[in-house]
Design a binder for this molecule. Sequence first.
Ligand code: MN
Length: 298
Amino acid sequence: MANAPTHRPPVPVTTWAARTADVAGTTVHRLLPRRAARTVGAWCFLDHFGPATVDGSAPMSVGAHPHLGLHTVTWLFEGRLVHADSLGTEQPIRPGQLNLMTAGNGVAHAEDGRAMASGTVHGVQLWVAQPDATRRGPAGFAHHAELPSVRLASGTATVLLGELDGHASPAGVDTPIVGADLALDGRVDLTLRPDFEHGIAVLAGGITVEGTSAGADEFALLGSGRHGIAVEAAPGTRALLLGGRPFEEELFMWWNFVGRDAGDIDRAIADWQDGSPRFGEVATTLDRMSAPTPVWRR
Ligand code: MN
C-alpha cells in the first residue's frame, strides 16, 4: 500500500459553545471562527440567527456592506430575505434555497427582510475562504432553488456544497469542501472523507459523537482522518455538517474581509470608505454600512 494516502489519525472530538454577537440589531450565535479552529476546510465563519420574530422590526436586515476573498452562503429554515448586490442581482431567498455569493477582489450586498410583515426569520450565514488562486478574481452570485436530498437512517441531509453519499450539490466553490443541513431524529452513520477535516454545528436538539455531546449552538470538531462517524441525535435535531480539505493558507480576517495581512484589509477599508468602484453600488434603501476602524489603527 505504498501509494495509499497517509492521513493524520483521528483526534478526540472537542466541542465549544457559540459566542453571541450583534448583527444589525439581531443577536446571533457565532460558531466559527474559533482560536481552536480558525477554519474547518475552507469554512471560516458561521452565524446562526433566529428564530427571531418579525414584529415591526425586520430582523437580519443588513444594509450595503462589502466583502473580500470569500464566498457567502445563506441558508434559511424560516422566513424570507431579499438579497441585493453590486452585480445588479436582486434575489429573494426562502427555506430550502441557497444563495452563494463570491466576493473575489470585492463585492457589496444587502440583505433585506422588510418584505415580511410577520412570522419568524431563522437561518445561517457561512463564509468559505477563497484560496490565493481565486481570491483576487471576479465577483459572482448564484441562487440554487433545488439541492439534493439524502435519506439517512434517521433523518435527511440536504447537500449545500460538495458531495455526501454520492449526492453532489450544483453549487461550486474553489476548494474541496462539504456542507450539509442535517435534520435528524435518531442514530445516523455519516460517510466522511479521511482527507477532509469535519465539524458538526448543532442548531437545535443535540447530538452525541464518540461519547461527547453537543447541544444547540454548540460545535463538535471531528478533525480529519475519519471515514465516517456515528451520530446519536435527539428527536428534532438540526445540525450542519461542515468539512473540507484543511485550508493551509494563513488568513487575516477583519470585519467582512478575508485577506492575508493587514495591508489587504487596510486597502479594502479605504476603497469602501472612498466609494471605489471596486465594490460597486447596491440598489437598496437600507443604510450603507461604514467600516469600523481596525484595532491596529486605533
Ligand atoms: Mn454580508
